[in-house]
Design a protein around this ligand. Sequence first.
Ligand SMILES: [Zn+2]
Ligand SMILES: [Zn+2]
Length: 135
Amino acid sequence: MTTKLRPEDILSQYKLKNTACRKMILNELIKSETAMTEQEIKENSEDIFDRVTLYRTLRTLEHAGIIHSIVLSNNVVKYALTKFDADKVHSHFHCTRCNDVECLHDAVEVKTNLPAGYILHDLDIVVNGICNNCN
Ligand SMILES: [Zn+2]
Ligand SMILES: [Zn+2]
């Protein structure tokens, strides 16, 4: 028994076809400990996919809820795997030294008090600081 995530399992779980580009992106994000920019994902893909394909595939995976994007204050967008359903609302840590972005699961507790009838979909909280590698 293995707990290792496999792109083909994730895609079938979300009823998406297993295309080469989807598999490549998921592989990169599974391997990476931190969130990646489109450019970083592309650098690892040996240029077999053009920019449009990569961009569209990222959108498809994001709409399906398999990955999520994190927008940093300098407008850089990074992508990370959404591992659990409960993972939908969480915060992120951005290291201002190495620029790495990680998903934080229990580190920040956020209490929202929305007016009646309002529904929370997601919450963008980016904690800026220095990660343990840089510290
Ligand atoms: Zn760092
Ligand atoms: Zn995240």
